[in-house]
Design a binder for this molecule. Structure first.
Ligand SMILES: Nc1nc2c(ncn2[C@@H]2O[C@H](COP(=O)(O)OP(=O)(O)OP(=O)(O)O)[C@@H](O)[C@H]2O)c(=O)[nH]1
Ligand SMILES: [Mg+2]
Length: 254
């Protein structure tokens, strides 16, 4: 089984991409299990095969303990850890090749508290796994937005300790030239530095040289894959990247 964890900032398109990737895989006759790991979601755009909401009741936890949305997510994830064996059993009973795991949107809670990474490592066990890190086109369209999204991606990859593929999500909202420009930043940090110099001031100008050298050193300049879950473009290329990572054993970073 190949585990694919979809992560990214709130609203970056994880759930819709989970749905579109599932459709694409089914069409390609690849067997797939869809797992919802977001206790707080009301109505995801797919029918999950395995769902954390079967084990924890976010609304009830919020009410019972008088918590706000973030506190309730933390409590729900902490409680869900006790059921990770059940979730894994369900996934294994289905025994399908691909396992898509839609993760909660509040990255600062899911990635930075212990329960998120513990949940991820317990679910995947010894099976091969990769994280898809979504850079939202709304944010990554500017040089500063792109750089800060990359840095967050690196931070997340450190937390989960998984090979990571960077996805430029919602690429349908960009023009072809904008996508090309972002791809040029991802393949050549010198071009990103030029773009930053032209568009930013203050702290980022001061730090950009050092940050970009660090990105180069740790491979953070690897290409991102433009994908639109809405109009279903780029999913074939994404699948190729997934296969390459799973079968080739590459330790990719965004
Ligand atoms: N144009 C466009 N909109 C998209 C795309 N993918 C998602 N969206 C929209 O972006 C919004 C958020 O999408 P979701 O899939 O719910 O994002 P998410 O990352 O799961 O959100 P949270 O779980 O709340 O963090 C929705 O309004 C989607 O319709 C895309 O490829 N193109
Ligand atoms: Mg979601």
């Amino acid at each position: 089984m190949f585990f694919t964890f979809l992560v990214g900032t709130a609203g970056s398109g994880k759930s819709l991409l989970t749905s579109s990737l599932e459709k694409w895989l089914v069409e390609a006759e690849v067997s797939v299990t869809v797992v919802n790991l977001d206790p707080g979601v009301d109505d995801p755009p797919y029918t999950s095969d395995v769902d954390v909401r079967e084990y924890v009741n976010y609304g009830k936890i919020m009410q019972q303990f008088g918590l706000g949305p973030n506190g309730a997510l933390v409590a729900s994830l902490d409680m869900a850890i006790g059921h990770v064996g059940d979730l894994r059993d369900e996934i294994f009973e289905l025994g399908r090749d691909y396992v898509l795991v839609d993760c909660p949107g509040q990255m600062e809670l899911f990635a930075y508290r212990n329960s998120g990474p513990l949940m991820v490592s317990s679910l995947m066990g010894q099976d091969p796994a990769v994280s898809l890190y979504l850079l939202d086109s709304n944010i990554a369209r500017t040089p500063v937005g792109y750089l800060s999204s990359m840095l967050l991606g690196i931070s997340i990859s450190i937390r989960f300790d998984l090979p990571q593929i960077g996805i430029l999500s919602k690429s349908d909202i960009l023009m072809e030239e904008q996508i090309e420009e972002i791809l040029s930043w991802s393949s050549d940090t010198y071009l990103l530095e030029e773009a930053l110099d032209g568009s930013s001031s203050g702290l980022i100008r001061e730090y950009s040289g050092a940050i970009l050298r660090m990105l180069d050193d740790i491979g953070g300049g690897s290409a991102v894959v433009p994908v639109s879950a809405k109009v279903m473009t780029g999913i074939d290329i994404l699948y190729g990247e997934l296969q390459r990572t799973f079968l080739g054993g590459d330790n990719l970073i965004v």
